[in-house]
Design a protein around this ligand. Structure first.
Ligand SMILES: [Zn+2]
Length: 135
């Protein structure tokens, strides 16, 4: 586990990078019974998805990168498989999670995910500009 403390949007954020997927997922949902259902919001969905913990874990692990922002603790948790993903894809996930820290924070989960996705696009574009004309 690696921890980085950063200042972002006037908040002190702790970024926690987990070494393995199960630790990161366990910090998000600590229910050990994988047959239980959870309501999740995948990027691009227009409504929540009801899925078992086992299915959700499988899907998120296959994506190669998983993160979430724990607002009560000002913590961003991240896990990524660097061997599977491009830098851009990891940056997108980080941008998305940072997007959850930016005001306004919507109570409507779909709206909140759409807002966070915009920040993942910003992060990706910034990286593209850096890579193509600055690097
Ligand atoms: Zn999100």
């Amino acid at each position: 586990m690696r921890i980085l403390k950063i200042s972002f949007m006037g908040k002190e954020i702790e970024v926690i990078k987990h070494e393995n997927f199960d630790d990161c997922y366990g910090a998000w949902i600590n229910d050990k019974d994988e047959t239980h259902f959870v309501k999740v919001y995948y990027s691009g969905d227009t409504e929540p998805c009801r899925i078992t913990i086992r299915q959700d874990k499988k899907q998120r692990k296959e994506n190669g990168c998983f993160g979430f922002y724990y607002s009560e603790k000002n913590q961003m948790h991240l896990w990524c498989d660097e061997t599977k993903l491009k830098i851009e894809e990891i940056i997108e996930v980080i941008g998305h999670e940072l997007g959850h820290i930016v005001d306004p924070i919507y109570n409507d989960k779909i709206k909140e995910e759409i807002k966070a996705d915009k920040y993942s696009e910003v992060a990706r574009a910034a990286y593209q500009i850096y890579k193509r004309i600055i690097l």
